[in-house]
Structures are given as C-alpha cells and as structure tokens.
Design a protein around this ligand. Structure first.
Ligand code: NAP
Length: 212
C-alpha cells in the first residue's frame, strides 16, 4: 500500500520550473500560491527532493490568511535525499522531517532507508510504502525536476496540479521533468481538466490514472 500522490508544480507556459541560475520566485500569481497552500492543507505530508532543499530552502508549511479555514494541521515534510548532501541549517530540519535516503544520514529527522538497485538513490515505491506504514495517506509532491521524473517513470503519480504563470522562459532552465523523451510512444496519456484562471495564472488539473 502507498499514499495517494498529488504532484504540484508552478511553471512558465513553456514548461520551466526555474531558470538555470535556480531562480523561480515567483513564476505563479499570488492567487495561485495561495491555492497551493490550500493543497498543502489537504494532505498528510509534503515531499521535495534534495535539489529543491539546496536551491530553495523551503519550509513547506501551510500559510493561509487568518480567514483561510481556521486551524490547519501542518503536513509532515519529507525530503528525498541521495548522496549530494543537505545543508544542516536548512529550514526543514526545524520541522522534524522524514528523510528518505539510500543510506543512514547524520541529520535531524526520522529516516526511511530505501536504496534502489544502484544503492545511490531512493527506491521510491519502497519509500512510499514506508510512509503509508507511518500513517501518511495523502502525499503532495512539490518538486523538483528529478524527483518528478523518477516518480513519473515509476508510475507513482496519481494526479497533478499545474500552475502556469504568464511567462515564456524561452529556453531550458529546470524543466518540469528532468530527463530525455525518446519517442512519442513514451509519452503518458492523461486526462486533463479545464484550465481555471487564478489571477494571472492558470490552474490545470490532470488525472494520470488510466481507467478501462
Ligand atoms: N516551480 C516549482 O514549482 C518548483 C518546485 C520545486 C522545485 N523547483 C526547482 O527545481 C529545481 C530543483 O530540481 P532538481 O531536479 O535539481 O532536484 P530535486 O528533484 O528537488 O531533487 C533531486 C535529488 O533528490 C535525490 N534523490 C534520491 N533518490 C532519488 C530518486 N529516486 N529520484 C530522484 N531524486 C532522488 C537526489 O539527491 P542528491 O543530489 O543528494 O543525490 C537528487 O539529486 C530548483 O531549481 C527549484 O527551484 C521548482
């Protein structure tokens, strides 16, 4: 068993999550960012890759205006780490994160050790099963490009919410999925909803679960 997995990303209209120098704040509108906080409020845990911790130092907390829905339960932060190291002063270490890693880590937090066959990366399916065993039923994944690609390849994403900001990057920085698209037949067939405006951004909901 594993949690349901919702992927969330803010990107330019041509599919870039961040520029080559790592800058990405803010691609989407304030309305879209508020909507993203509401997504966090609906899940048990929020996951990011180590690359995102190093680039953005996120907090992954629910931050909504006082009238935004009363008391909110803060989701458990989950970091997928490899061999590249994590800054020990990262903000997430103040929030008792779950660290998913191929090896033990000398960092604050609960560790799920789940090596893949290379021993350098995390076996994400095994890691998600461990999260389920910890009581996590609904997981939001917020990036970045490498983690998104690995989850997609492993067929571990159920739904996605994309926020498109009114920007054309005009080149490649951090694409939505980091990896090669070899041939048309490799593309995933999904069910996309109708785009909804959120200020100057557009929210698109995508269902990746194949039926029938
Ligand atoms: N616009 C948005 O919505 C948004 C959201 C989040 C992030 N971003 C941007 O995305 C960029 C970071 O993306 P990224 O691709 O560099 O990093 P990432 O996907 O956040 O993290 C990838 C890292 O996770 C670790 N890892 C361990 N096992 C893995 C596995 N099975 N699959 C994938 N990763 C695994 C590895 O860490 P080690 O390196 O330690 O081996 C890997 O390098 C930043 O520029 C950030 O600003 C944008």
């Amino acid at each position: 068993m594993r949690p349901t997995v919702l992927m969330k990303a803010a990107m330019t209209l041509d599919g870039q999550l961040a520029a080559a120098d790592g800058t990405s704040q803010w691609i989407s509108s304030p309305e879209a960012r508020r909507d993203g906080h509401r997504l966090r409020a609906e899940v048990d845990a929020v996951m990011v890759g180590a690359g995102t911790v190093r680039a953005d130092d996120p907090r992954l907390t629910v931050r909504l205006p006082p009238d935004g829905g009363g008391d909110v339960k803060q989701p458990v932060p989950v970091i997928v780490a490899g061999k590249g190291g994590l800054p020990p002063d990262a903000q997430l270490f103040r929030r008792d994160p779950v660290l998913m890693s191929p090896t033990g880590l000398d960092l604050p937090g609960r560790v799920i050790i789940a090596p893949d066959s290379s021993g350098d990366r995390v076996d994400l399916a095994a890691g998600l099963s461990e999260l389920y065993a910890m009581g996590i039923r609904h997981l939001l994944v917020e990036g970045g490009s490498r983690l998104f690609r690995s989850l997609l390849e492993a067929h571990l994403i159920d739904r996605a919410v994309f926020y498109y900001g009114p920007l054309l990057a005009g080149g490649v920085g951090a694409p939505l999925f980091q990896g090669r698209w070899s041939t048309l037949a490799d593309a995933r067939v999904v069910r996309a909803g109708v785009g909804r405006p959120l200020g100057e951004s557009i929210r698109l909901d995508i269902d990746l679960v194949r039926r029938g």
